[in-house]
Design a protein around this ligand. Structure first.
Ligand code: FAD
Length: 446
């Protein structure tokens, strides 16, 4: 049977849910191909470069530096319509998706690219006491909380309260936790120490809590050891083989009975698939609810539905799990677009090509001037790894922002330890609350 599509027929309706690395790459590959009418729906109006989120959380970059309007990126893609809506429901049988706006989207092909969200392993109450790091809003919340806590500590005269306000607990010793811990240590010790008069910011405790025996479990053992030593050198308290038994308001309770009083708890301990994955007709592949697609990335029994990126669980040619990293997501987005084009080109009952993962490696930065890189047989650490990290991310920023001024501003501030993005928005309430807690009257703004 010949493909139903011919140049004279109506274009195939492709609905892409999620404008992250998979969704955007897929839309770009289908751009201006008249055989497709593409709708890209995202709950946000921007594409976010998550690898630099922790730089926003630690005041080194401003939010617009790592996010870009999806409309702007796709302005020249005439066949792609960008819509800001949160998809709440899927009906695979009817080939429709329903947005929170009430709009019903019909499709010939669906691409599910909604990524993951923070997981609390069923402890739903913990969410309200912790800060996640998946979105721009969350990164800004971490920055606001830590900077506001320092302001409150400067106002406080109670040593215990000051200590609590100057303690940041980070749960999860993967790349996110490690990068965040290193960046906080740098921010406080290198950049802010001359800014306060009453408190000594070098006394800020950054505690990194990891349940397994070592941090950066995806890296080689000696790289994990290096990372731990490096963090300790920066003043971070690294607690490995330490479980969290409970999280309450401003307290982390550890499995060993210890309690850490803290005014900022960052949760970087786990993720789970976007809830939309559960709305498809396929059983989850793992406890995180991710989907196991066919080798071509379509869903079993649904050749018209594709899923890619963090929301799927898939193995590479060697049987190793494909990691949840941006290059893997982009490769999947590209592959899905390729399969759609092949479908439109030829006999539909021919086997579609299988997705092949090209592993570019992984890297994690550990404060300024140090990082670890694992790529094929290559292992780098310390300054050479940091240079490699910088090279990759600077290249990205040039392509992404296309604004040398932003890049130069960041590089200059970074080299001089003077990050510019320390302004707390909406701080008045926080400061008044701090003054009230400290039993002091709040001076008039005038
Ligand atoms: C803090 C952090 C640091 C990281 N560091 C690195 C790194 O250094 N290197 C690296 O390679 N990778 C890194 N990653 C991982 C990388 O960012 C992910 O692998 C990648 O973003 C996955 O792409 P994706 O398209 O699957 O999902 P995402 O990029 O998460 O995109 C999902 C999109 O779907 C949208 N969405 C979700 N639900 C809905 C809905 N119901 N309706 C509409 N839209 C929806 C979201 O708004 C989002 O735009 C990091 C991730 C984080 C969180």
């Amino acid at each position: 049977m010949k493909s139903e599509n011919s140049p004279k027929e109506a274009p195939r309706k492709v609905l892409i849910i999620g404008g992250g690395f998979v969704g955007l790459e897929c839309a770009r590959r289908l751009a201006n191909d008249e055989r497709f009418e593409v709708s890209l729906v995202d709950r946000n109006n921007h594409h976010l470069f998550q690898p630099l989120l922790y730089q926003v959380a630690t005041a080194s970059l401003a939010a617009p530096d790592i996010a870009r309007s999806l409309r702007q990126i796709l302005e020249k893609a005439r066949n792609v319509t960008v819509l800001m809506d949160e998809i709440a429901d899927l009906s695979p049988g009817e080939r429709t998706a329903t947005g929170k706006s009430g709009h019903v989207y019909s499709y010939d092909y669906l691409v599910l690219a909604t990524g993951v969200r923070t997981s609390f392993f069923g402890n739903l109450g913990w969410e309200q006491h912790t800060l996640g790091l998946k979105t721009l809003a969350e990164a800004q919340m971490i920055r606001r909380t830590v900077l506001s806590n320092l302001e409150k500590a400067e106002l406080s005269t109670d040593p215990d309260e000051r200590r609590r306000l100057m303690t940041v607990a980070i749960v999860g010793g993967g790349p996110t936790g490690v990068e965040l811990a290193g960046a906080f240590a740098d921010l406080l010790r290198r950049s802010l120490h001359t800014n306060f008069r009453r408190i000594d910011t070098t006394k800020l405790r950054v505690i990194l809590i990891e349940g397994s025996e070592r941090i950066l479990g995806a890296y080689d053992e000696e790289q994990s050891e290096y990372a731990e030593k490096r963090l300790s050198h920066l003043g971070v308290e690294v607690r490995t083989s330490t479980t969290v038994s409970n999280v309450s308001a401003q307290c982390v309770h550890l499995g060993n009975g210890e309690t850490i009083d803290t005014a900022a708890i960052v949760w970087a301990a786990g993720t789970e698939a976007s809830p939309l994955a559960a709305k498809l007709d396929v059983p989850p592949a793992d406890r995180a609810g991710r989907i196991a697609p066919e080798p071509d990335l379509s869903l079993p029994g649904h050749p018209e539905i594709f899923a890619g990126g963090d929301v799927v669980s898939i193995r590479d040619g060697k049987g190793n799990p494909v990691p949840g990293v941006a290059p893997a997501a982009m490769q999947m987005g590209r592959h899905i677009a390729k399969v759609l084009k092949i479908d439109a080109d030829r006999y539909t009952d021919e086997a579609r090509p299988a997705f092949k993962y090209y592993d570019k490696g992984i890297m994690a930065i550990i404060g300024k001037n140090a990082a670890v890189v694992k790529s094929g047989n290559l292992r780098l650490r310390a300054f050479p790894a940091w240079l490699a990290w910088l090279f990759v991310h600077v290249l990205f920023l040039i392509g992404f922002r296309n604004k040398l001024s932003v890049l130069l501003g960041w590089a200059f501030a970074y080299l001089r330890d003077t990050p510019d993005t320390r302004i707390i928005v909406n701080s008045a309430d926080n400061e008044q609350e701090a003054a009230a807690q400290a039993g002091e009257s709040y001076p008039d703004a005038a």
